[in-house]
Design a protein around this ligand. Structure first.
Ligand code: AMP
Ligand code: ZN
Length: 471
């Protein structure tokens, strides 16, 4: 399987550290608000990667953190903790909003068919691990104390800007975002590992540490949670592209400084979902959530289908028009599947042949749009329905569009529509009989014509009127 690696900027053959096993880490949500559908695009594409690795036989262990402390309003170390801000907004405690939005996140994931990772670990569960690694970094000379905080010293590294397609000036995060620079830092991109002093005195959650009462920085959370559950060597680390700098850059810096060796081999970054006016965010424009789409009548799986239609390494523009197109295509696809009959024997030669275009697509850097094409090719293929249904069910182990169950639902809904029609026809036949009795032939004809337009033929006889569907 070829996978694009942001670290080497090349598509590479994917080879895990241990044959047959994959250790995968995903940056989880910061649970101060609902996830927007942009965040969820990232989780959908990561879900496809994970499921495809399982599909081809890897034993995958995937870990995700829940950021419930330490993520400041700037991705650098300035600003208020997002969680504290969220709690103030809702007049709740930090732990209350963490629970509420963690549950909301997984409810959205379920609707979108995103599997819950094998391990989900809130940052606030791992304070001892953070302290241990920060102590190790100080001992090894990679971290220093200044103004009450512990900082990582980026000048100690041979190479800090590992995702070096960034312009160095763009990397001055704090300065760029118009927040005053932190004078304690020896180098402009040094970052906080542990805070005891912050301008924001009302940080809700604090813990004792060798450097005083305080709280961890955001970056250290992911390094430690990954090492806690996946050990010293990681195969794949995932996240949205905005996390490449500073978050993932800092994760690599501190993990490799602490471990003394290379930490993660493959970096999988999903490009953004944008609106017409730029990157989707929670504070700008309409706050697009899964529930909002549902309230407008969209099936969450149609949004997943929309995402799968584009490659994860291309940014994707969300408009309602684009979503409508995807939704209609999804409905048509389901309707075509609903017409397949569960008859015949699976033709295993055809099955393997058609499956190959699906695996070829996903083997080539998770090309989901070509995988969807492979699905349409199954519908067009010269083989029996049983083989087609088997292939669709097989592909859906990765795609998770619930194609078969959507098709079943559609089939079951059809008789209900017939029942509605039958009730209407019976009612009109009775009304027509009354009209005839009252010599209101115009109304009687009107009813016959109306039903005829709907394909209903009335048959009058001495016993009364019966009806049948045309053709
Ligand atoms: P957060 O909850 O802010 O920590 O972000 C959760 C995930 O969503 C991270 O992997 C981000 O990189 C990713 N992300 C943020 N904005 C977008 C976007 N507009 N499109 C796709 N992914 C995003
Ligand atoms: Zn992370």
């Amino acid at each position: 399987m070829l996978l694009y690696n942001s670290l080497t900027k090349k598509k590479e053959e994917f080879v895990p550290n241990e044959p047959g096993k994959v250790k995968m880490y995903t940056c989880g949500p910061t649970v101060y608000h609902f996830a927007h559908i942009g965040n969820l695009r990232t989780y959908i594409m990561e879900d496809v990667l994970e499921k495809y690795l399982r599909y081809v036989g890897y034993d995958v262990k995937r870990v995700m953190n829940i950021t419930d402390v330490g993520h400041l309003t700037s991705d650098a170390d300035e600003g208020e903790d997002k969680m504290v801000k969220g709690a103030k907004r809702e007049h709740k405690t930090v732990m209350e909003i963490a629970k509420f939005y963690t549950d909301a996140f997984f409810a959205d994931c379920e609707k979108l068919g995103i599997k819950t990772p094998d391990v989900v670990e809130p940052a606030t569960n791992c304070i001892d691990e953070f302290i241990k690694v920060v102590e190790g970094l100080i001992e090894k000379g990679y971290a220093y104390l200044a103004g009450g905080n512990v900082y990582f010293d980026t000048s100690k590294l041979k190479e800090y800007y590992v995702f070096n397609n960034f312009d160095e000036d763009d990397l001055e995060v704090g300065v760029r975002e118009g927040v005053e620079a932190d004078d304690n830092k020896k180098n402009k991109n040094d970052f906080v590992l542990w805070f005891t002093k912050s301008k924001f005195e009302d940080q809700a959650l604090k813990w004792d540490s060798p450097w005083g009462v305080g709280y961890p920085g955001w970056h250290i959370e992911c390094s430690c949670i990954s090492m806690k559950h996946l050990g010293e060597d990681l195969d794949i680390h995932c996240g949205g592209i905005d996390n490449a700098f500073p978050h993932h850059t800092n994760e690599i810096a501190q993990s490799e400084a602490y471990l003394g060796h290379k930490w993660c081999n493959y970096w999988f970054h999903v490009l953004h979902l944008n609106t017409n006016s730029g990157k989707m965010s929670k504070s700008k424009g309409e706050f697009l959530t899964v529930s909002l789409l549902e309230s407008k009548g969209y099936d969450p799986k149609a949004y997943r289908f929309f995402c799968l239609g584009s490659h994860y390494r291309k940014s994707l523009v969300f408009t309602y028009e684009n979503l409508d197109n995807a939704s209609q295509a999804f409905e048509k696809l389901v309707a075509r599947i609903a017409q397949l009959k569960n008859e015949g024997e699976v033709d295993s030669a055809k099955f393997e042949e058609l499956k190959k275009s699906f695996t070829d697509a996903l083997d080539n850097d998770v090309n989901t749009s070509l995988a969807i094409t492979a699905l349409y090719d199954v519908l067009k293929a010269d083989t029996n329905d049983k083989t087609k249904l088997a292939l669709i069910a097989d592909f859906d182990r990765v795609l998770t569009l619930d194609l078969i169950s959507h098709a079943e639902k559609l089939k079951n809904a059809a008789p209900a529509a017939d029942n509605d029609l039958a009730a209407e026809v019976e009612k009109l036949i009775a009304e027509r009989a009354e009209a005839k009795k009252a010599k209101n032939f115009a109304r009687a004809d009107e009813i016959r014509n109306y039903l005829s337009e709907k394909g209903v033929v009335l048959v009058d006889s001495r016993e009364g009127t019966t009806w049948k569907l045309e053709g």
